[in-house]
Design a protein around this ligand. Structure first.
Ligand code: 13P
Length: 249
């Protein structure tokens, strides 16, 4: 059985009072949830939120980390720092990081290796842009993103990864991939994993869907054979919506 996960990427949203309220809204309802819950608040609140959740099963992760281990990299945060305050997961290669901060495949691979060295589970994001879907190159794009980064890992390391498929055209646009479109890509990713590693490994890796996932469409998405949960943006900022999504399996 693959791990079922609902993860909330808060991006650069919430001030501290709002963040606290959101956390308490999630905490008050978490006992209804059977899947894994992970939240990704902004760096500034990670430690405090981790403390608030010390008796909870909700895990906390970071939205990014440096590709460097330590040193003179002003403004950066390393994966060992994140580990030292109890972070369990880290998002790697979100399309906003690739697009606005020009993160390259080489950097993403280094970030993943640093996370793994510090026992942090990377959630690797991939997904095509609208033009790429429209010119039918989405399979090729996904194959490239996955092969140039994840498939550079040895089998033992690869097994520790979680993947999120987030079509860029569906992020924050209200336009969701249909359950069939999402399933098609999730199945494709699983096939690539099978070809590169093994069928056994391809069946172990959780693949999450992200891109305007909300309470109204989560059930249909999560019912697909290769969709193991969601990476939620906007709807993760509303505790009730986030919880309702997590109840959609
Ligand atoms: P939205 O759910 O707001 O579309 O964002 C998805 C996302 O980017 C999660 O990482």
């Amino acid at each position: 059985m693959r791990e079922k996960i609902v993860a909330g990427n808060w991006k650069m949203n919430t001030n501290w009072p709002e963040a606290k309220e959101l956390v308490s809204g999630i905490l008050s309802q978490e006992n209804r949830i059977s899947c894994s819950l992970i939240i990704f608040p902004p760096y500034t609140y990670l430690q405090k939120i981790s403390d608030l959740l010390s008796n909870s099963k909700v895990k906390v992760g970071a939205q990014n980390c440096s590709e460097h281990e330590k040193g003179a990299f002003t403004g950066e945060v390393s994966s060992s720092m994140l580990k030292s305050i109890g972070m369990s997961h880290c998002l790697i290669g979100h399309s906003e990081r690739r697009e606005y901060f020009n993160e390259s495949d080489e950097q993403l691979l280094l970030k993943i290796k640093n996370c793994l060295n510090n026992n942090i589970t990377p959630i690797f994001c991939c997904g095509e842009k609208l033009a790429e879907r429209e010119n039918n190159s989405h399979f090729e794009v996904i194959k490239n993103q996955v092969s140039k980064v994840l498939f550079q890992l040895n089998e033992d390391d690869f097994k520790k990864i979680i993947i999120a498929y987030e079509p860029v055209w569906a992020i924050g646009t209200g336009k969701t991939a249909t359950a069939e479109q999402a399933q098609e890509i999730h199945h494709y990713i699983r096939t690539l994993i099978k070809e590169k590693y093994s069928e056994d490994i391809s069946n172990q890796i959780s693949i999450l869907y992200g891109g305007s996932c909300k309470p109204s469409n989560a059930k249909e998405l999560f019912a697909q054979a290769d969709i193991d949960g969601g990476l939620i943006g906007g709807a993760s900022l509303i505790a009730n919506d986030f919880i309702q999504i997590a109840e959609s399996f």
